[in-house]
Design a protein around this ligand. Structure first.
Ligand code: SF4
Length: 393
């Protein structure tokens, strides 16, 4: 039987909300206006786009047209927005831009994983990865929400890079749009048409729930049916367990949830995922139990990195099963990808298989993730580090 769990507030307290927002403001992205005064349109909500049009004396339908060109057609050049009259296109081009990040590096792995290093106007870079499902001609784009990360998870290479700033809305949605440019997947395929870039996992650099406002706005743009049109079922947001924001995420966005669990005891999780000191396992699992929309067809994914002789015993597999009771769950077992200076080793395949068998036998799917894109520096944070090193050299 499960241990009794202390009741947790179903909502953010005012103080918590204020603290998280104040922290986000400290690391705000740069303003969306270029040095020449033109304003970036990518990242504006529909209402904001209408307000920009109203400010230059245009009716709301103009915003609708632009939305279609920007997010359905993927068009960046006003001159090619042919449903808009010529003089108006010129007026738009004087005042606005439809931007994309610059591609600093692009690599495609032998297994077809593709990785980009995108550079933004203030010189900050981001890694975005496309992981194809080679059997089905579709795949996931993994996007980042922060530059660096504050959470210092011990197994994570990104966690060694301090937080520089949050990513803005344009940068979050722009990663997906730039990935689509690379595959020429515009205009947005309709619902019933196959698409290669078919899912988004918000799993890259950073903790998305520490940059919730920008992440939420970006995902709403992605989900808009008259634009990119990716349904919430095709989006998975991964958190290390920012418990108070998980409720909000479920209620407001309804996207799939993934949780970086990695340990089943508080003493160990405090060490591996230090955020656990603030939101311990019992609170985290309670938040998962009440996550809106979780069901057998929409299971919560638990990420579990396999660290040799640290968290990979059979006893821990049984404890994991106990923790998952009552949660529609799936467990991803991730072979640890060592990086220079990392304190851990990868579990043996035999041990990982034993662990998986116990979780499987309890009725939870527990695939062992195949490492992808190893030949192109698959570990999160590596491409950025290596490119910077090459540029310095
Ligand atoms: S695992 Fe995620 S939350 Fe933890 S340090 Fe790495 S990027 Fe940050």
């Amino acid at each position: 039987m499960n241990a009794p769990v202390a009741p947790v507030e179903d909502d953010l307290t005012a103080a918590e909300r204020e603290r998280i927002l104040a922290k986000a403001a400290l690391f705000a992205p740069p303003p969306a206006v270029l040095p020449d005064g033109r304003r970036e349109l990518v990242g504006l909500s529909r209402a904001e786009l209408e307000a920009e049009m109203a400010a230059i004396g245009e009716k709301p339908f103009r915003a609708k047209q632009l939305w279609h060109w920007i997010y359905h057609q993927g068009e960046r050049n006003f001159a090619r927005m042919t449903s808009i009259a010529g003089p108006m296109r010129a007026k738009l081009a004087e005042r606005f831009v439809v931007g994309r990040p610059e591609v600093s590096a692009e690599q495609t792995s032998r297994d077809s994983t593709r990785k980009w290093l995108f550079r933004w106007r203030d010189g900050q870079q981001v890694e975005t990865v496309y992981i194809p499902d080679n059997d089905e001609d579709r795949g996931a784009v993994c996007i980042s929400t922060q530059v660096g990360c504050t959470l210092s998870c011990r197994f994570c290479h990104t966690g060694t890079q301090r937080l520089t700033r949050n990513r803005g809305v344009a940068e979050i949605v722009g990663q997906f749009m730039a990935a689509r440019d690379s595959y020429g997947e515009w205009p947005s395929p309709k619902d019933d048409q196959p698409r290669r870039l078919s899912t988004i996992v918000v799993m890259g650099m950073g903790e998305p729930l520490y940059n919730y406002e920008n992440t939420a706005k970006a995902l709403r743009i992605v989900m808009d049916g008259e634009g990119i049109g990716l349904s919430r079922r095709r989006i998975t947001l991964s958190t290390s367990g920012v418990v108070p924001m998980m409720d909000r995420c479920g209620r407001e966005l309804g996207v799939n949830l993934a949780v970086s669990l990695h340990a089943v005891r508080d003493d160990l999780r405090n060490e591996i995922v230090p955020l656990n000191r603030k939101y311990p396992i019992a609170e985290l699992m309670a938040a998962c139990r009440r996550y809106p929309g979780a069901s057998n067809s929409r299971r919560i994914t638990f990420e579990y990195v396999m660290l040799r002789d640290v968290n990979d015993s059979e006893a821990e597999a049984h404890e994991l099963v106990r923790l998952l009771e009552g949660i529609p769950a799936k467990v991803n077992l991730i072979p640890f990808n060592p990086w220079p200076g990392s304190p851990y080793k990868t579990s043996t395949y035999e041990q990982t298989a034993k662990f998986a068998a116990i979780v499987n036998a309890a009725g939870y799917s527990s695939p062992i993730r195949r490492p992808r894109g190893r030949d192109i520096l698959a570990a999160c944070g590596q491409l950025k580090t290596e490119t910077e090193r090459a540029q310095r050299g």
